[in-house]
Design a protein around this ligand. Structure first.
Ligand code: PMP
Length: 466
């Protein structure tokens, strides 16, 4: 830690790591110092103190140590004595493999663990991130496991934002974050997107015309692959421009990426922000969220955040106060499956999951062509599980104002006809009329897709006549 300095903010010590104490031997990456974050974390997270018990928990793993520390229940009193489950390769009919938790694994899974997650699972994730994003452990970032990525997003936002802060939000945006932003009374500055992802040029214009007296936005929130709801994936050029802007205008990038592994586009997958950051003059502005929901199980509730240590520490302090940690049991099951796959197995499995969704997309799109050609417009999604399409409602003489609004049509008429989708207005921070609709193609078999879109066709035809 040669030359490290300690800054105090609100009485909280932040060790300055600008001296590359976080840098792996041989690495030339410049890591933003802890003092950088001290002035950027939310007041609430700066006020949080470590739970005196949990703060000492990591010491329990010291060899030879006898711990009288934690109020852990004695697992001899627990009723579950073994856990066995089968895993299959969903894409080949070649049987199943039985997995059995060892006594030690079972005990770990049934007991409290560290707030940041099961140590072995975190190690696995470090290796995965190096493989997928070229980010090596020890190079100024760390990992925390959460109860799904939603848990991590909530805590990441709360670690950075004070009530009323301005933030940049790509629009349309994942509706599950709007409630987080709204509760913090965020000033949500909409950044438009198109079929190539976020419009970085309009983001630049907006930031260059930002009033000098007004604090700059805290972060930019984005779903860069197979966006929920638009299905679009941001191009490399746009990602690079956003990264440059984040330095020029001093904001963080919240990369919410549950569909990274569901990329099935025809061109190669552009690198993540987390990866691209490595080539920036310094690293530490990207907070990345991953999820096992779409590739292993959504019910296990396992997701993880990767990013600057100071931010993840603030998120861990939040967890200590809210839920102590994500479920050890779920983490242990996830770890067992991931270890059985290995990194190559993970890549092979996720590639086949992506192909599965590609086929689903093709089936859905063929039915769109059959039933909605001339009645709707869309761009074929390259990742994820959503179609985002514009209903063409304003036929000459239809009396529809502007481009029309899908809200009533989807919530009322379509529902009466027995088809449920999401009106586009759901995905905008500020109220508006929009002719867009989000339809999910992940679940339905072909005959039901066909019937759903046939019903939608009738609804649109009716609306155009009204
Ligand atoms: N972000 C986006 C963009 C999502 O679509 C979802 C799930 N719908 C989440 C986060 C939350 O996923 P998880 O199950 O990992 O909490």
């Amino acid at each position: 830690m040669s030359g490290a300095t300690t800054t105090h903010v609100d009485g909280v010590p932040f060790q300055d790591s600008v001296t590359h104490s976080d840098t792996a031997p041989g690495s030339s990456l410049q890591v933003l110092p802890a003092s950088f974050y001290a002035s950027r974390l939310s007041h609430a997270s700066l006020r949080r103190r470590e739970d005196g018990i949990r703060a000492l928990l990591p010491l329990e793993s010291r060899p030879g140590l006898i711990s009288l520390l934690a109020g852990k229940p004695n697992s001899e009193t627990f009723p579950i004595t073994s856990l066995q489950f089968n895993i299959r390769d969903p894409f080949t009919p070649n049987g199943e493999t039985t997995m059995q938790l060892s006594e030690e694994e079972l005990n770990i899974g049934l007991q409290y663990t560290l707030t940041s997650g099961l140590p072995d699972l975190r190690e696995w994730i470090f290796g995965l991130q190096e493989r997928l994003h070229g980010r090596r452990k020890g190079e100024g970032w760390t990992v925390t496991v959460g109860a799904g990525s939603q848990d991590m997003i909530f805590k990441g936002v709360n670690a950075l934002m004070n009530p009323g802060d301005a933030i940049l939000v790509e629009t349309p945006v994942y509706a599950g974050t709007l409630t987080i932003f709204q509760a913090l009374d965020a000033e949500m500055i909409e950044v438009e997107t198109d079929s190539h992802g976020v419009c970085s040029r309009s983001m630049r214009e907006m930031l260059e015309n930002w009033p000098s007296s007004k604090p700059k936005p805290k972060f930019f929130y984005t779903v860069p692959y197979g966006s929920n709801p638009t299905g679009s994936t941001a191009t490399l050029e746009r990602r690079l421009e956003v990264l440059a802007l984040s330095r020029e205008h001093d904001f963080f990038i919240l990369e919410d990426d549950p569909y990274y592994n569901l990329y099935f586009g025809s061109s190669s997958r552009p690198p993540s922000y987390f990866e691209l950051e490595k080539d920036q003059p310094e690293v530490g502005r990207v907070l990345r969220f991953d999820s096992l929901s779409k590739i292993m199980s959504s019910g296990l509730r396992v997701g993880f955040a990767s990013g600057p240590e100071s931010i993840l520490k603030a998120m861990d302090l939040h967890s200590m106060a809210v839920n102590l940690q994500a479920s050890s049991f779920s983490q242990m099951i996830a770890l067992k499956v991931l270890s059985a796959w290995g990194y190559d197995g993970f890549t092979a499995h996720t590639a086949r999951v992506a192909q599965f969704y590609r086929q689903k997309r093709d089936v859905f799109e063929a039915a769109m062509q059959r039933h909605l050609a001339g009645l709707a417009e869309w761009t074929s999604p390259e990742a994820g599980m959503f179609f985002w399409f514009k209903l063409l409602l304003n036929e000459p003489g239809s009396g529809v104002e502007g481009e029309g609004d899908s809200e009533y049509i989807i919530r009322t008429t379509a529902l009466e006809r027995g088809v449920l989708a999401l009106p586009g207005a759901t995905f905008y921070p500020n109220p508006r009329k929009t002719p867009y609709v989000r339809a999910s193609f992940s679940l339905l078999p072909e005959d039901q897709v066909d019937e759903a879109l046939r019903r939608l066709r009738e609804v649109v035809l009716e609306a155009r006549k009204a």
